[in-house]
Design a protein around this ligand. Structure first.
Ligand code: PCA
Length: 324
């Protein structure tokens, strides 16, 4: 009897450790604060994956650049330091111009146009990511980008010499074109950079304006609607290849759901963010002339520059987008 009990216990233990060996915990670095809609959407995605994989894949989200700072997330996932992560893809346009497809000023400025552009680009983007040892899971757009300042800006001339926070090559290029001094700063450090005067203006969305409580230093938001950048969630390719079919299917189907729910959320919240900026005393308005026209001129220049850099792949994407 005693012996049998022991056998039963050993068998039970073996089952437990077999299950434990099958269950994987995946740390997921993300750059934006826990209360940001992308981060909340990723928490829902993680719950979906846990459920869909029967508890075998447990994703633990680490928002606000706490595990890896925004700029390090892509490399961390490529090299397997983290199995999955979320990153503003256009921040890596210097590695591959295709990653900057969503940040070309005035190419796709509405959610609808942005979806079309993303659809036109997605096959080539997935291939580019795969070359970087990454498997694409889902992407969610930010609200359209506008200009935050601490003074009235009627024309680009008013921006000359302003210390400007850049988050990717496109925003740095706009700074160059406008004679501003670009400083690359992650959103997680933006409040502090504004408070200490390291930067005094930037282009981003109402979402990031609210996240960073920018009304404490800034006064104006020009709702320029210049482009609609995306955060992309990707998995390390070796980690992906190590999953069984059910695990891959769980990530894929939950990724599709997360793309849809993230898009619905950002559509719902875009106006709310602008209202929050205004409620906190900021002047929220469209850009007047000549500023609006001058920025569109930058868009023209930057579209040409991007096409020259992105070669045939870029041309094919833009043509497919414009044909739709
Ligand atoms: N917020 C992010 C990227 C785009 C946006 O709206 C940021 O400012 O870092």
């Amino acid at each position: 009897m005693k012996f049998l009990n022991r056998v039963a216990m050993a068998a039970a233990l073996a089952t437990t450790s077999a299950t434990a060996a099958l269950a994987e915990t995946w740390d997921m670095p993300m750059a934006y604060p826990a209360t940001n809609f992308h981060s909340e959407n990723a928490v829902a995605f993680a719950a979906c994956v846990k459920d869909a994989s029967g508890g075998k894949i447990e994703i633990v989200t680490h928002p606000n650049g706490a595990l890896f700072s925004g700029n390090d997330i892509k490399r961390a996932v490529q090299t397997g330091q983290a199995p999955i992560g979320e990153r503003l893809l256009s921040a890596h346009a210097n590695e591959n111009p295709l990653y900057g497809i969503d940040s070309i000023p005035f190419l796709a400025t509405s959610f609808e146009a942005s979806d079309k552009l993303w659809a036109a680009a997605s096959e080539k983007l997935k291939a580019a990511l795969e070359k970087d040892n990454l498997v694409y899971v889902y992407a969610v757009p930010w609200p359209a980008q506008g200009l935050f300042t601490k003074k009235d800006v009627g024309s680009v001339a008013d921006l000359k010499g302003v210390k400007f926070r850049a988050y990717n090559a496109a925003t740095a290029r706009i700074a160059d074109l406008a004679g501003m001094a670009p400083v690359q700063i992650e959103a997680a450090e933006l409040s502090q950079a504004l408070a200490t005067g390291v930067v005094e203006s930037f282009i981003s969305s109402g979402a990031t304006g609210v996240d960073s409580k920018v009304w404490e230093q800034l006064t104006h938001f020009y709702d320029v609607q210049a482009w609609v950048p995306r955060n992309v969630v990707f998995v390390n390719k070796d980690a992906w290849d190590g999953l069984d079919d059910a695990g891959k299917a769980a990530l894929t189907s939950c990724g599709e759901k997360a793309a849809a729910s993230g898009l619905a959320k950002v559509k719902e919240l875009t106006g709310v963010y602008l209202k929050t900026l205004a409620d906190n005393g900021m002047k929220v308005a469209p850009a007047g002339e000549p500023l609006a026209g001058e920025l569109k001129g930058f868009g023209q220049t930057m579209t040409e520059e991007w096409l020259a850099k992105a070669g045939d792949d870029g041309k094919v994407i833009i043509e497919a987008y414009r044909a739709n």
